[in-house]
Design a protein around this ligand. Structure first.
Ligand code: GLG
Length: 832
């Protein structure tokens, strides 16, 4: 099978031809029909939002056509299906992406212009679909784009949360959270499937049925039932007829009303119980890289896998194949441990409902599942209290104990008399209460386990899951380095740069084969090309500067160096260290003479990101950033040299404005803590350099773009433990430069120091777990190196061009091809 069409077959960028059956008039007719018939509006009763809706509904019609053709083709060909199970899909906006992927943006632009609308304005009317926390959820979204573009017969499965990730506002420097009721004005990008519903049981009891002396069966009965309803979100591929689907589940009350309660005259109780089922999928848990053991979250996880497996099995059974064909027809990828109950649920269905033997069932299960681990942070590894699981899912708890029993018996056979190994490897953590270790369950129930960048996958193999590598063998553990879709993260968010690239390469083929960008490197020294490239960067900075002026009330001259750190606020990502270094820079600048100041590089330090609502220290970091910004931005001594800003409510559509505008971005996690990072890839792809630690995918980015085009600093992953151990706990022992900074905070330069005491003391009495003090000197030195490099305009431009040119590896197409070949063993199924 051919993965890539020949480059010549791709449409040429400038010469636009409308797709078959579409012209200006048909587009305008469809638009007007939706205005008058669907929205019941008139030409005299229209605003941009209504125009956005009519436009979106027209595009949706086209998506549905493609979607139908794709599903029919798949039904006919019956290829192996890939199921990507994820509790998060951070899709952002869909309109612009659909227009570009369907290659109809130019046509719509012209058609709407004649009707008096600008596509660019309408695109901004859309609210983000923010059903995810950060990198993990956005990765799922990029993967869907690649799966569709590469013509894989794939489905995404997830939850349709009524409330996405909270909206962040900054009040008096503090983060405040507001509910993200994103469905308020309807959602044109979903298709409600009131006919696709499945029952989901909770609680109840397990009945043991002795059939004969050799056979017992277990039946799970009683309890409460809720219903999961499907909502389908079409995902169009780029330059292909294929359009795949994400199916999101929403909890609904059972059709049968509780007439027992009703007849007892308890109408209110009957209605109340109906509402509880809707609660299950009401809200996305807002924690990134942190587990909170709430029962409602466990209910979400089970509702999700239970409905998904019923759907997958129903599709499989339509072809009347025997169960032994199942692993050849179905591959299920677990996006982190969140859907791990799916392993147990499939085993339950096969033995309790389909009548397979334990061994046959387990053989199928372990051939179907594979598992991606996204973090080694201990607080993020999921574990559920046994009494909680036993209460909510009594049959599943029995099966987990059985899986563990058979597994440990085999461990004992392989490593006899090693009691401590059994304790370490048990899926059940002993204690009061006991816990189910979900990552261990996922490993035991999968055929392949992967990390998301080389360093991370090595840490998994050599540290976190070392025992499992010794037991299963190294072949089961592998690496698939993450990637990002170049369609959204260059073509869509940076149209000027995309045009320049297409013009230079004479083809748009790079959008499906990102390695072709390397042909740009021959222009890296070309002054004219450098000038064009940097002019685009400048215009992107103007756009961001305008956004910051209107949304954060800070004026940033676009000729400043834009130094950006945007991601979830987390101690391990060390935004704290960044703002401490800003304070250091501030006091250094204040100490300079006028002549010395004139030689400095003006810098805008830009932050954005959400902190989990219950993460006190992370929220204090936001407060400190805002307090520092307030002092610095009004100080005339540094007005020409330093600006600090925190942009509220970071999300996907804001990232699309921020990322193309960076000169340098910071990815400065303590070495060994950031599994991969994916925004690092987006920044570099858009010609922004990186200041970073030797961590996650930074390392592989450095390998690709060359050491001279990335600024590394800090301790290495294998040094961190030792440094931690040697940490002192007194203020007098911290790095001298850091000491200067802490003293300024303590003196109240940035407001009442008592506010920041809990944060500052993480560096001392808290043991400085993320080794900020040990990395500080090296960090400050690296910042100076960045300044020096930036002063050399031609040198910097060359670096920027080389960065874009050498990022081919980090397309999510490459990641997905890796999964297809090495993990899922699947070939494409393109609509002819
Ligand atoms: C995780 C990690 C990131 C990683 C992402 C996608 O923390 O380093 O890039 O998944 O694999 N929770 C996350 O965002």
């Amino acid at each position: 099978p051919k993965w890539m069409p020949a480059p010549e077959s791709l449409p040429i960028w400038q010469k636009f031809t409308a797709p078959e059956g579409m012209d200006l008039e048909s587009v305008q007719r469809s638009f007007c029909r939706h205005v008058t018939k669907t929205l019941a509006r008139t030409a005299h009763n229209m605003d941009d939002f209504a125009a956005y809706q009519a436009l979106a509904l027209g595009v949706r019609d086209r998506l549905i056509d493609k979607w139908n053709i794709t599903q029919q083709h798949h039904t006919k060909m019956d290829p192996k299906r890939i199921y990507y199970l994820s509790l998060e899909f951070l899709l952002g906006r869909s309109l612009d992406n659909a227009l570009l992927n369907l290659d109809i943006k130019e046509l719509y632009r012209d058609a709407l212009k004649q009707l008096g609308f600008r596509v660019e304005d309408l695109v901004n009317e859309e609210v983000d679909a923010a059903l995810g926390n950060g990198g993990l959820g956005r990765l799922a979204a990029c993967f869907m784009d690649s799966l569709s573009t590469l013509n894989v017969a794939a489905w995404g499965y997830g939850i349709r949360y009524t409330y996405g990730i909270f909206q962040q506002r900054v009040v008096d420097g503090y983060q405040t959270e507001f509910p993200d009721y994103w469905l308020n004005f309807g959602n044109p990008w979903e298709i409600e499937r009131l006919d696709v519903t499945y029952e989901v049981r909770f609680r109840g009891y397990v009945n043991k049925i002795v059939e004969d002396e050799n056979t017992v069966r277990y039946v799970w009965e009683g309890g409460d039932k809720v219903v999961a309803v499907a909502y389908d979100v079409p995902i169009p591929g780029f330059d292909t007829k294929n359009c795949i689907n994400i199916r999101l589940w929403s909890g609904k009350p059972q059709k049968e009303f509780d007439f027992a309660s009703f007849n007892e005259g308890n109408y209110e109780k009957a209605v109340e119980e109906q509402k509880t089922s809707e609660n299950i999928t009401a809200v996305l848990y807002p924690n990134d890289n942190h587990m909170v053991g709430k029962i409602l979250r466990l209910k979400q996880q089970y509702l999700f896998v239970c409905a998904t497996l019923q759907d997958v099995i129903r599709r499989f059974k339509k072809t009347s194949r025997p169960w032994s064909d199942f692993p050849g027809q179905v591959a299920i990828q677990l996006n982190d441990t969140h859907p791990t109950l799916g392993i147990v649920e499939l085993q339950r269905v096969l033995i309790d409902e389909e009548g397979l033997s334990w061994a046959d069932a387990w053989d199928i299960v372990t051939k179907v599942y594979s598992f991606t681990n996204h973090t080694v942070l201990p607080e993020a590894l999921e574990k559920w209290a046994v009494p909680l699981v036993a209460d909510l899912l009594p049959r599943h708890m029995m099966i987990i104990f059985d899986i563990n029993l058979f597994f440990l018996q085999d461990v004992e056979r392989k490593f006899p008399h090693d009691r401590d190994r059994l304790r370490r490897m048990s899926i059940i953590e002993e204690g009061h209460p006991q816990y189910v270790r979900m990552a261990f369950l996922a490993i035991v129930g999968s055929h392949t386990v992967n990390g998301v960048a080389e360093l991370h996958s090595n840490l998994i193999k050599n540290v976190v899951f070392k025992d499992f590598v010794e037991y299963f063998g190294a072949a089961k553990f592998t690496n698939v380095t993450n990637g990002v879709t170049p369609r959204r993260w260059l073509y869509q968010c940076n149209p000027r740069l995309a045009s320049l690239i297409t013009e230079k390469l004479g083809t748009r083929a790079w959008l499906k084969d990102l390695s072709q960008l390397k042909k740009l490197s021959v222009f890296a020294d070309d002054q004219q090309f450098q000038a064009k490239f940097m002019e685009i960067k400048y215009l992107n900075k103007v756009r961001l500067s305008e956004y910051i002026r209107t949304h954060a009330n800070v004026t940033i001259p676009p000729d400043f160096m834009f130094d950006i750190q945007v991601k979830r606020i987390h101690e391990y990502k060390r935004q704290f260290m960044n703002i401490l270094s800003v304070i250091y820079r501030y006091q250094r600048l204040k100490g300079l003479t006028k002549e010395e100041r004139a030689k400095e590089v003006p810098r805008a330090v830009i932050f954005a990101g959400k902190a989990a609502p219950g993460y006190f220290i992370a929220k204090l970091v936001i407060k400190l950033i805002n307090s520092v910004a307030e002092i610095v931005n009004k100080d005339p001594d540094v007005a020409q040299l330093l600006k600090v800003v925190f942009i509220p409510n970071y999300n996907v559509s804001l990232a699309e404005v921020i990322i193309p505008a960076s000169d340098i971005s910071q990815h400065i996690s303590t070495a060994g803590t950031e599994a991969s990072g994916t925004s690092n890839m987006k920044f570099v792809l858009n010609g922004g350099l990186i200041l970073g630690t030797v961590d996650g995918a930074n390392i592989e980015i450095g390998e690709e773009v060359g050491e001279e085009n990335i600024f590394f600093f800090g301790k290495l992953a294998d040094q961190v433990e030792e440094v931690r151990h040697a940490n002192r706990y007194r203020r007098s022992d911290v790095d001298p430069k850091l000491r200067v900074v802490i003293d300024l905070i303590d003196q109240g330069v940035f407001g009442d120091p008592r506010i920041f005491e809990p944060l500052v003391s993480t560096l001392t009495v808290g043991g400085d777990y993320y080794i900020i003090s040990a990395d500080f000197e090296s960090y400050i030195t690296a910042q100076d190196v960045v300044d020096k490099a930036y002063k050399d305009k031609a040198g910097w431009s060359k670096k920027a061009v080389m960065c874009t040119a050498l990022m081919g590896k980090f397309s999510s197409d490459r990641s997905i091809l890796d999964y297809c070949k090495r993990i899922w063993k699947v070939t494409p199924c393109a609509v002819p």
